[in-house]
Design a protein around this ligand. Structure first.
Ligand code: SF4
Ligand code: SF4
Length: 444
């Protein structure tokens, strides 16, 4: 694609980077076939190619974002399916991140939109505040249909996604020592803002598998939100400040082999810290180091000699590949290989490249599109008639769980169970009875 930025514009490193990306696009349109918003409604402006044209026009002409442009970017899930499909290597993620910052800086959203976004940005990355909000949501949850009926769709979506139980407590900073005589490694665990409040069993399972395998696990003092939530809203300064806090926290730890992440949405952002802070002289080096150490939990576990502790489970697992894992991090093989190695029968979900509609806060901010994507996803999963759904991202787990009665667990919960840990709570509560004596004890 030809561009016509001026030299003065190109002096801005973000514009210079976006120009490089724009020039790589050859308008072939292959990406449209795998873009969920284009697949749903067939509008070119809701396709990656259409959005790329909008970005080019906005940046080249130094135009403030309009209501129409903002709408098409708000509808983008940042699922990055377009990046996996693109034959020209267009880095849509960096382009759309830039567009979102431009929108945030040049467009004044309606008051209700501004308030909702600010509330999400000021609550969700802070576990203590988010915990209080979740406790209130439990009380409001029964009124979700009423709230939907009076037209407050986003509030209703938020309440529907909230759990029926009260929030749990975040994991305190501490060190979990490696078990056994031989220490194989030392990792920091990013606990995630939402994971521990909604599903503490995920990090607990990760810690058990790691320590059982001889890996010391550190939950660092002062590590917090990875910044992805506000990053996807274009709130750049907040995202960078959260990234810097994590770089300081993990940088203070010695002898780390990896920074292990159990929420793939966060993993994609941490792996991008090097790019996000590339022009910050005080943090560029530390950011690149942290990004280089970041690993999805399954990526790291695949390097360890895990073996089943129990006889083959024989359960059929529908593996939902989170967009952030398959498109954002290109981690596709390891989760399935680990499950198969441990005795599970794994089925790929048809149309697996399409997002489930979770996408950070997307299912709150764009509830209609998110619901349609969930219905499609749940239909394809249920068609496989699995015993359980596994996914590597709490956002997807919450989104899919709202549309199906099938039990849904994090991949690491199954890995933990098969290697000596307890039965995942979702399986225990499912209509089929399971117990701690192992997956093979499952009664059909
Ligand atoms: S597939 Fe890549 S090169 Fe083709 S239109 Fe989409 S982004 Fe551009
Ligand atoms: S990130 Fe996803 S929704 Fe956005 S343009 Fe790419 S494929 Fe479409």
């Amino acid at each position: 694609m030809q561009t016509s930025f001026t030299l003065a514009q190109l002096a801005d490193p973000d514009i210079a980077e976006s120009e490089k990306i724009l020039r790589a696009c050859v308008h072939c349109g292959f990406c449209t076939a795998t873009c969920p918003t284009y697949v749903l409604d067939g509008n070119e402006l809701d396709s990656p190619r259409g959005r790329i044209y909008l970005i080019k026009d906005m940046l080249e002409n130094d135009r403030p974002a309009t209501v129409e442009v903002t709408l098409h970017f708000d509808r983008c899930l940042s699922c990055l399916a377009c990046m996996t499909t693109c034959p020209s290597g267009v880095h849509y993620m960096h382009l759309v991140d830039h567009a979102r910052v431009h929108i945030e800086n040049t467009y004044s959203r309606p008051l209700g939109d501004r308030l909702l976004r600010s509330m999400l940005a000021k609550l969700m990355p802070y576990p203590q505040r988010f915990r209080l909000a979740l406790a209130a949501a439990v009380l409001g949850k029964p009124f979700a249909p009423l709230i939907q009926a009076v037209g407050l769709k986003r509030l209703a979506a938020m309440l529907r996604l909230a759990p029926w139980h009260g929030p749990h407590r975040p994991l305190a900073p501490q060190i979990f020592p490696a078990a056994g005589p031989r220490r194989r490694g030392r990792v920091a665990l990013l606990t995630g803002c939402v994971n521990d409040l909604l599903a503490p069993q995920i990090n607990a399972a990760a810690i058990r598998v790691l320590t059982r395998s001889g890996v010391e696990v550190v939950v660092a003092e002062d590590a917090g939100c990875c910044g992805s939530l506000v990053h996807h809203m274009g709130r750049d300064e907040e995202a960078l400040s959260q990234a810097r806090a994590n770089i300081d926290a993990w940088g203070a730890l010695e002898g780390l082999d990896a920074i292990v992440i159990t929420t793939s949405g966060c993993g994609t952002t941490v792996k991008d810290y090097g790019y996000m802070l590339r022009t910050d002289p005080a943090y560029a080096e530390g950011a690149a180091k942290v990004a280089g150490l970041a690993r999805d939990i399954t990526e790291y576990l695949a390097t360890l000699p895990l073996a089943p502790d129990r006889s083959a489970p024989g359960l059929t697992v529908a593996y939902h590949s989170a967009c952030s894992l398959q498109h954002g991090q290109r981690v596709t093989r390891q989760p399935k290989e680990l499950l198969v190695k441990l005795g599970f029968a794994v089925k790929d979900v048809p149309d697996g490249h399409l997002c489930c509609g979770s996408a950070g806060t997307y299912n709150i901010l764009q509830p209609d599109i998110a619901r349609r994507l969930r219905e499609h996803k749940v239909g394809t999963i249920e068609g496989l008639r699995p015993d359980v759904i596994a996914a590597g991202n709490i956002g997807c787990m919450t989104q899919i769980a709202a549309g199906t009665k099938l039990p849904i667990v994090h991949t690491v919960e199954l890995i933990d169970w098969a290697t000596g840990g307890p039965c995942p709570p979702a399986l225990r509560q499912a209509s089929v009875a399971f117990d701690d004596s192992g997956p093979s004890a499952a009664a059909g």
